[in-house]
Design a binder for this molecule. Sequence first.
Ligand code: GLT
Ligand code: MN
Ligand code: MN
Length: 406
Amino acid sequence: MNRDQFTPKKEDRFTFGLWTVGNRGRDPFGDAVRPPISPVSIVKKLSELGAYGVNLHDNDLVPFDATNAEREKIVREFKTALKDYDMQVPMATVNLFFHPIFKDGGFTSNDPRVRAFTLQKTMRAIDLGVDLGAKIFVLWGGREGIEVDASKCALEALKHYREGINYLTEYVKDQKYDMKFALEAKPNEPRGDIYLPTTGHMLGFIATLDHPEIVGVNPEVAHEQMSGLNFYHGIAQAIDAKKLFHIDLNDQKPGRYDQDLRFGSESLKPMFFLVKLLEESGYQGSRHFDAHAYRTEDEEGVWNFALGCMRTYNILKYKAKQFAADKEIQDLLQELATERGKDQYKLDKYDRNTVGKLKEAQFDIDALSKQGAKYEQLDQLVNELILGVRTRVASKDENLVAAASR
Ligand code: GLT
Ligand code: MN
Ligand code: MN
């Protein structure tokens, strides 16, 4: 592997799900196109590529029907591989979507026996995650939804969903586990409609839980884009609410099913602003990729896919530094940020002593309406920066060159 400043390193905190590079290319119309890759081989190969860790569903590692003895052996061997290749498991999750028992949901099933099994399976998956060192537990409710609205009262479903999550947060606290939950939204697929379809819905729901302090979100690029939403804005809101516990990076063509494409393969500009936000906001969590290689690929293509996700992230991180050091862009931004007249009005907080002044203030409405914003110029500069033709301008700053190559 040729190494350069964008080569992934452990400190970059890149992680992949076992299910991502392990994806065999099955889709609703066609069978697998690649042989399975064992979890131990995945750990080895990802480590060689510079990843920090792997994440997993219970059944990515331990088969659904494994005996306790089988489970112990598999976990033991997996832990040895983690140690041998210096890999972490920062996040674990539970598969509540594959087995037919979950065909009408787990937490939101009408059948209390299915809801009970859902809790049992999730608690076991939490135990497994804790055993592997995970501090984040993702819950993606892919089957928590409906095709037929008559089949479930939506209020009842939300109540059951809340009871389920409350049960699990109590369990984690009772066990004194150092673990937080991250809820992942998706609007539809595999269900016709999935409850809590966006990160915004999740944030509203979390506020109604018994232990909201240990529940946050795990937004996925493709899932918010399926809803036609601006992912960057959603992430900003999650950060603002101090709820960005984890993130699923991938990509998506607009208006399609969930494609889970290589990070940055489609939406370079939105992903530039996303990476810039993650890096500049001080987000400490994993940079996790929930994506998979195109169905056209063999195993070599899978590793090219994985390396591509990580390199694109690092390149966009470098571009964010260039943006910060680009004088022309920064001068424009500074002009935009100049708060003309700010001292005349007290806008940050209602104040009964100054409200009268504001109500009587005179504005030059004509002049304010006519002023240009310079966004055309600004956005073109951003395009040229992303397209790589402003490197010479930006690289005049030696600090930037030094910082970017660290
Ligand atoms: C599944 C889904 C993902 C979720 C995973 C976690 S499973 O692959 O498509 O978006 O993040 O359960
Ligand atoms: Mn995901
Ligand atoms: Mn997805």
